[in-house]
Design a binder for this molecule. Sequence first.
Ligand code: UDP
Ligand code: MG
Length: 321
Amino acid sequence: MDEKRSQKGQILYLVIPCYNEQEVLPETSDRLYRKMKELTRQGLIAEESRIMFVNDGSKDRTWEMIEKLHEKDPVYQGVLLSRNRGHQNALLAGLMTAKDHADMVISLDADLQDDIDAIDRFVEKYYEGCEIVYGVRSARHTDTFFKRFTAEGFYRLVNLMGGEIVFNHADYRLMSRRALEELAKYQEVNLFLRGIVPMIGFQTGVVTYERHERFAGESKYPLKKMLGLAVDGITSLSIKPIRFIVFLGMLIFVCSFAMLAYSLIQHFLGNTSIGWTSLIVSIWAIGGLQLLAIGVIGEYIGKIYLETKGRPRFIIEKVLR
Ligand code: UDP
Ligand code: MG
């Protein structure tokens, strides 16, 4: 742990992406304000700490409200995106803006579904030396069965497909300035934060919290966006789906030998009509070979794909000298 970390009262930025959130903003800004004041009074964070709203191309009065808040009290800051770019990009824009001014940044949703009383514990973990602290949901009582089923299936699927994501952790997390500087080196356009952040490494911690219901407005994540996030999450992280095709191709190709033996036996036993044997064997053999060939080509494209991302190959945590 570095020297500086032992001193409390560092600068905290809260980053909140907002898309059509006029119903929740007054309440959210109020509650966060009180939270920040409380933490400042306890000496846990510095006076210069800020609440940063990122307006992700809202079509309602969200930005005007953010401007008003900023005029009223400079503790509120705003970042205006030129158009709607989606939650992940809005979040990244906020994180990258905040990192130059903050010692630690916590990202959370505008609807305060993430329990803001967990912020104290995030900050505590930061002072214990964590560079990244993940907020993990303890239970999903407030979700409908459908949301719970799809969401948990999503975490399992991404992990199966080669992404390493923290189970039941969304985007409620703390990152130190150092971790953010490393995040900035991931230059990829298709960025799935939940998958990238664990790649950074360093000392990490977990804070569990209970997720509430949205107190106003409605979800900006309909099923369509959720599916999009799932597909992007998987395909932007790894090329494992391609590898599945390779294995499938091999499997079917091996099966074709068994089918060859079976068909020949049937042929010589006289159980078949003319042409069946050759037809069946070629279907299996050619099908397997084709899948295999596609998979092999896919492997090379996958390599090109990962190269174009230009991810950092390593991140040094410490040098002893
Ligand atoms: N959000 C955003 N851009 C979008 C969609 C959502 O910035 O295109 C923000 C939204 O304002 C909220 C957060 O992402 O702060 C999470 O969205 P929401 O609460 O609607 O998702 P849910 O909790 O239903 O999964
Ligand atoms: Mg929500």
